[in-house]
Design a binder for this molecule. Structure first.
Ligand code: HMG
Ligand code: MG
Length: 306
């Protein structure tokens, strides 16, 4: 039953990260053709944005070492539609690889904390920007859009609670360097709703409205949807999610799956918030993917619909 709640947005954009954040942590290599089929099925389900892969160092994320092969195959198959799929690039080398394939949208990923900057990027909190600056300038000059992720926005496994001002500092730095949108990541899933509201408000106080923000929740403690609710109340209309709740970060071992796209779709549909995505088609894709990976989806909605 659809029962709208006053004061929430009418429509949201779902930014699907299953093929990238969802798969990057899988221990056994997923064949490139399975990844391509995953992307095609997610697009066919109506997901407006599907982040496809990462042009990172293949030794750092072996699962995505086939990024160029995957995108070459998808371009051969889907043409320019494939070039519209965002990809992660940490540095100029990654950007070069994306540009060689004609990709139109890239994302850099910053850390809000010192320890995770070192573990994930081999850079300090400060020197990560020296890597992003030329990458972002060249991407913008080439006409690409640049998303700026900020990781560990709510808590960090090594440093504990993360101060909202520190997150706002990293985020506004990325905007100064030319990011079109910030995705605020709860990499290890420790956020709770008051903290979400406080962070969105702190960005507002710094002149960054909710229309520039996306929220990226992991469901480690089962709080992802309640955090989405807080984000909706604060006016944020873009949410990252991963089909079937796949996911984790290889450099943050306490990171479990992302918010499942199906859980988000069920929640939005019940609130009467438009999203344009076929829930049954996404759930069927996750059941198929679970068969490929050899274990069931952790998503309650996928299980209930199956
Ligand atoms: P580094 O070792 O400092 O790299 O790693 P470097 O700049 O010193 O270069 C060393 C060698 O690597 C050079 O080769 C480069 O060419 C090569 P050599 O000259 O020695 O032959 N190289 C590359 N090769 C291919 N592609 C590249 C690339 N870059 C350098 N892009 C680096 C620095 C950033 C590359 C490394 O730390 C890295 O790849 N990190 C990626 C880690 C990652 O992907 N983590 C997961 C994504 S973040 C996440 O999941 C969080 C998020 O979901 C949001 C949330 O939940 O919070 C986004
Ligand atoms: Mg993530």
């Amino acid at each position: 039953m659809v029962v709208p709640e006053p004061g929430l947005p009418d429509r949201v954009t779902i930014y699907e990260v299953g093929p990238r954040d969802g798969l990057q942590n899988e221990a056994t290599t997923v064949p490139t053709e399975v990844k391509a089929e995953f992307v095609r099925r997610l697009l066919a389900a109506g997901l407006p944005i599907v982040e496809a892969t990462s042009f990172v160092h293949p030794k750092w994320v072996p699962q995505l070492a086939d990024a160029a092969d995957l995108m070459t195959g998808l371009v051969a198959d889907l043409g320019d539609t494939a070039r519209e799929l965002p990809v992660l690039v940490p540095n100029e080398r990654g950007l070069d690889r994306a540009l060689a394939l004609g990709m139109r949208h890239v994302a850099v990923f910053a850390s809000a904390t010192e320890t995770f900057a070192q573990k994930n990027l081999n850079r300090t909190l400060t020197s990560q920007f020296e890597m992003f600056q030329p990458t972002m300038v060249r991407a913008r000059d080439a006409g690409l859009t640049v998303r700026g992720y900020v990781s560990m926005c709510f808590g960090d496994p090594w440093e504990g609670a993360v101060d909202v001002d520190q997150v706002v500092g990293v985020g506004t730095h990325l905007l100064t360097l030319g990011a079109d949108q910030l995705s605020l990541g709860d990499t290890i899933g420790v956020a709770t709703p008051g903290h979400v509201r406080a962070l969105v408000e702190a960005f507002g106080d710094a002149g960054v409205g909710p229309e520039r923000l996306a929220l990226h929740f992991h469901d480690t403690y089962g709080q992802a949807l309640t955090n989405v609710h807080a984000g909706l109340q604060a006016g944020v209309t873009t949410y990252d999610a991963s089909a079937g709740g796949l996911g984790g970060c290889p450099y943050a071992h306490s990171a479990t799956g992302n918010l499942a796209t199906e859980d988000l779709l069920w929640f939005l549909t019940g609130l009467g918030i438009e999203h344009g995505v076929d829930l049954d088609a996404v759930a069927a894709t996750s059941v198929w993917m679970a068969g490929q990976l050899g274990r069931p989806s952790p998503s309650a909605v996928v299980r209930a619909l199956a």
